[in-house]
Write a protein that binds this ligand. Structure first.
Ligand code: FMN
Length: 364
């Protein structure tokens, strides 16, 4: 059972928190229903096991891995923790089935399917190993479809999130989906930086929350010191969406800290589109050139520390990343904030209205 580190957890708030996220904790098998969102190149065994060992739920990012590499990474994670953790798999991965099979053979308890709407076959393949299948629902209609397909839990992720993101904000998705979907636990992600935010979504019916950006600067994160410095310097407004300059040439929406590469990307699009208009490039060639601009850019920033030419994927919650500290300290702080918010009876509307009625009564 998780216990406070250096902080103080409000006892009444802790009781309420335990009640609110019990379904999420039961689904994940963790003390806290806080998922460490998978981040390509960052979410490897060190960070993932640190999150799980601190009471949260770590998730390996397999986006850039072959099935063999994933097998090794799961083995390393198992060597660092006996707590449950998950594996995030991008559904467009050419070896999707093989990646699922590696997780199944290794006894991984949860797979998070990302990057689109997974097919029934993938969900069934995951469940045939006794592994739980989790997927992202960017709209209510998709959530309902996934529930019918047998998904065990959903994540709703708003556009405040770091990395690839949808067009709708977390607050709107939460209001649209949380009151409607009761069949499976729903976790909320995107723009969550503090425990009060977690408490708010739990009060709205969420089973738990997923945070990515807050864990980038953990001591256990292997992100390059320059990448971490950029996060500590960054403000919410610096984490911007990739810009598309022409409606004919699509750009995948990605939220990242603005840098020299961001400016060059807009210039590159103008240049490539001009070459297409002068018939130097076909439309397909032009689209490909635009898509290739960011190839390898995340790795360059996270592992090599090239923060000007790489991609600094970050959510708007980056403004709440103020220093490097351990995963245990981050989770302890989130718990302190969440329990304080939930234990504060001045925020209890029934208590408030009773008090103000008494104040009115004694004033007349
Ligand atoms: C650097 C970075 C890399 C990410 N890579 C992935 C990924 O590979 N797969 C995925 O599903 N989500 C990815 N995400 C999204 C996170 O898993 C998480 O859902 C998101 O960070 C939550 O929003 P927040 O950044 O506001 O906390 C990434 C986010 C960041 C910041």
């Amino acid at each position: 059972m998780i216990s406070p580190g250096s902080s103080i957890w409000n006892p009444a708030g802790k009781l309420r928190l335990d009640r609110l996220w019990r379904r999420g904790c039961d689904l994940l098998g963790s003390d806290c229903a806080i998922l460490g969102g998978a981040m390509t190149w960052v979410s490897e065994h060190t960070l993932v096991s640190a999150i799980s060992n601190s009471g949260g739920f770590g998730v390996i990012a397999s986006g850039a891995m072959t099935p063999g590499e994933l097998d090794v990474e799961i083995g390393r994670t198992l060597a660092c923790t006996d707590k449950p953790f998950g594996v995030n798999i991008i559904i467009m991965h050419p070896d999707l089935d093989a990646l699922i099979d590696v997780c199944g053979r290794r006894g991984v308890s949860h797979i998070v399917l990302a990057g689109g709407l997974p097919g029934r076959a993938s969900i069934h393949r995951i469940k045939s190993f006794g592994t739980k299948a989790i997927a992202f629902a960017p709209a209510l209609v998709v959530a309902r479809k996934l529930v019918r397909a047998g998904i065990d839990a959903l994540i709703i992720e708003g556009m405040e999130a770091g990395g690839h993101t949808g067009p709708v904000s977390t607050g709107v998705l939460a209001q649209e989906i949380l009151p409607e979907v009761k069949e499976v636990p729903v976790f909320v992600a995107g723009g969550i930086g503090r425990g009060e935010g977690i408490a708010m979504y739990l009060e709205m019916g969420a089973a738990g929350c997923q945070l990515g950006t807050r864990f980038v600067c953990a001591t256990e994160s292997i992100a390059h010191p320059e990448f971490k410095k950029a996060f500590i310097r960054g403000h919410a407004r610096d984490a911007v969406l990739s810009v598309q300059v022409d409606p004919e040439f699509s750009v995948i929406p990605v939220r990242a800290l603005a840098n020299a590469a961001t400016k060059r990307f807009a210039a590159t699009q103008h240049d490539v589109i001009a070459r297409y208009r002068s018939s130097e490039l076909s439309q397909t060639q032009a689209q490909l050139e635009i898509e290739h601009f960011w190839a390898g850019a995340l790795r360059r920033a996270i592992l090599d520390g090239d923060v000007e030419n790489g991609s600094l994927m970050a959510g708007q919650s980056v403004g709440m990343v103020t220093k490097e500290h351990s995963v245990a300290e981050i989770i302890d702080e989130l718990m302190e904030q969440a329990t304080a918010a939930l234990g504060d009876d001045t925020k209890d509307l029934s208590a408030l209205s009773k008090r103000s009625l008494m104040e009115v009564a004694s004033a007349v």
